[in-house]
Design a protein around this ligand. Structure first.
Ligand code: HEM
Length: 511
């Protein structure tokens, strides 16, 4: 190489290094410090910025140290739902923020602000976590036109009328779980102890596998198990996920994560391609979620006579992955806290069972019957309020925006603290901490109750989730009564969703 080439090469390397260093300096220091100044000038407070990590170290330490071994069911749940955010509000007031790595996150609990943010998804976007978008793609992290296109195609698959057909699959999953419970005890015994938590987790995965993939549900179950492992790994990896490119470091967790992604993709590709071929052969498309989704996709393409108006096979695969991620842990959370609360509030368990027998007798639930289960519905709604499965949503600004009297530059994130909103005594009254399903006796009104979010990006699976939960609860109530085992410890633990840290050992009594 002659001297000129070497000097050109060296100059390029130096220029690239300087560019990288400036970008890094901006990302890790200048930008956060500017944002901090802007927020403090408006009276919004938080800890001083620490380079790279912000509050992350403290947040992780706080979560580990303050997570109680157990609390009383009647204790105030608010501090345990999003503990670090809760203590930040106590320290700095309602107008406060925390540092999520180099991004400031405002604590938002005001229902009007939450409503406004959720009603403008084009302005307040979702910050895409490095890992989240790999575990799941699909609607949850899409934005703009692509999101609108997917939402339009996926929506008919969750149509309440068509969902009736999924009841058979849901009932099958519930029966299978209860058979497992019964097989754990000798036939002459009437009462036994069981940790219901792992069974309810498997139940929600099994319900999605059967409703989404019909006869291919065994592959579906494998996908569910893999995704569960992946979520666990992601919690490990996520602690450093604010470092750009962290997930590409060849750590053991990252390698396993990648291998799982590949296996899930290949399993789903197998299922989806089989369906696509069957459709091409003109075979009748099954009315499971995947079938409905593919039908709706085909219809969209045919209406416009343009393949680009529909989703690709890759897109369909991503949506299927999302059904598990968005719909399994949330539903099992709802069910486990319902059984826990009904163990504590036996009078509500008795009222719910009486209603189930009155409306369904000993028959399996029908969609008509489910519609008449008023007490069961009120109980589930109250559980969704007190133990909101998705207690926190995050949004970000991509340009300077006005929000009430605040001016927020691009790059400010917002934590919408739905769990705190659902516990606010100013909204729910002095008895806001108490389990009182009767508060929903007149249905739901106002924008202060949003376990399924609100606005254009409201949970697409909310009706489906309620059908699952009502069916499962009704079938359990028909066969068993339940109460706490002496080993039960009440310890709700926020890991993405609100989970029972030590499981949920209950005593079941055969009816
Ligand atoms: C009790 C059960 C459930 C709860 C509490 C729940 C809650 C939520 C919430 C709060 C969001 C908004 C997230 C955000 O915007 O950041 C959401 C979105 C979503 N949920 Fe659910 N969900 C449940 C069950 C399900 C089920 C069973 C499915 C599907 C099988 C599902 C599919 C989705 C999808 C696809 C989105 C994204 C919608 C979009 O961005 O357009 N969810 N859910």
């Amino acid at each position: 190489m002659d001297a000129t080439l070497i000097s050109i090469f060296t100059s390029i390397i130096i220029a690239a290094s300087i560019r990288f260093a400036v970008k890094l300096l901006n990302w890790a220091w200048l930008r956060p410090k500017n944002l901090e100044k802007c927020l403090r000038n408006q009276g919004i407070n938080g800890n001083p910025y620490k380079i790279f990590i912000g509050d992350m170290k403290e947040l992780i330490r706080f979560m580990k140290e303050t997570q109680p071994k157990s609390i009383k069911i009647s204790d105030d749940m608010a501090p345990h739902i999003s503990p670090y955010y809760y203590q930040s509000i106590h320290k700095f007031g309602e107008n406060s923020f925390i540092w999520f790595g180099p991004s400031p996150r405002l604590n938002i609990t005001d229902p009007e602000l939450i409503k406004e943010i959720l009603s403008k998804p084009d302005v307040f976007r979702k910050p895409v976590p490095d890992l989240g978008s790999i575990i799941v793609g699909g609607l949850l992290f899409l934005e703009g036109e692509k999101w609108a296109k997917h939402r339009k195609i996926v929506t008919p698959a969750f149509n309440l009328h068509k969902l009736k057909n999924t009841l058979v699959a849901i009932r099958m999953s519930c029966s299978s779980m209860m058979h497992k419970w019964e097989s754990l005890v000798c036939s002459n015994e009437r009462s036994w102890e069981i940790d219901i938590w792992p069974y309810l987790q498997d139940l929600s995965g099994d319900m999605i596998s059967r409703t989404a993939f019909g006869s291919s549900h065994e592959e579906g179950t494998r996908i569910f198990q893999l995704q569960k492992e992946q979520v666990k790994l992601s919690l490990q990896i996520m602690q450093l996920s604010f470092i750009p490119g962290w997930r590409f470091f060849p750590t053991k967790a990252n390698r396993r994560f990648k291998a799982i992604s590949k296996e899930i993709h290949s399993l789903l590709k197998g299922i989806v391609s089989k369906r696509e071929k069957a459709m091409e052969r003109g075979e009748t498309v099954r009315d499971d979620l995947l079938g409905l989704l593919m039908k709706s996709n085909l219809q969209e393409i045919q209406e416009h006579g343009n393949k680009n108006m529909g989703m690709s096979i890759g897109d369909v695969i991503e949506e299927c992955k999302l059904f598990y991620f968005a719909g399994s842990e949330t539903t099992s959370n709802l069910l486990v806290w319902t059984m826990v609360l009904l163990s504590q509030y036996q009078e509500w368990q008795a009222r719910a069972r009486e209603e189930v027998f009155q409306i369904l007798g000993k028959e399996e639930p029908t969609s008509e019957g489910l519609n008449h289960l008023k007490i069961v519905t009120m109980i589930l709604q109250e559980v969704l309020r007190l133990y909101t499965p998705a207690p926190l949503m995050v949004r970000t600004t991509t340009e300077t925006v006005k929000l009430k009297n605040m001016t927020l530059p691009a790059g400010v994130q917002m934590s919408l603290l739905i769990g705190q909103l659902h516990h606010n005594p100013k909204i729910w009254g002095d008895d806001s901490k108490e389990f009182k399903p009767e508060r929903f006796s007149q249905g739901i009104s106002g924008g202060t109750y949003i376990p399924f979010s609100s606005g254009p990006r409201i949970c697409i699976g909310q009706n489906f989730a309620m059908i699952e939960a009502k069916t499962a609860l009704a079938m359990i109530l028909q066969r068993f009564s339940f109460e706490f085992s002496s080993s039960y410890k009440h310890s709700p633990f926020p890991i993405i969703t609100l989970q029972p840290q030590y499981g949920a050992p209950l005593i079941l009594h055969k009816l």
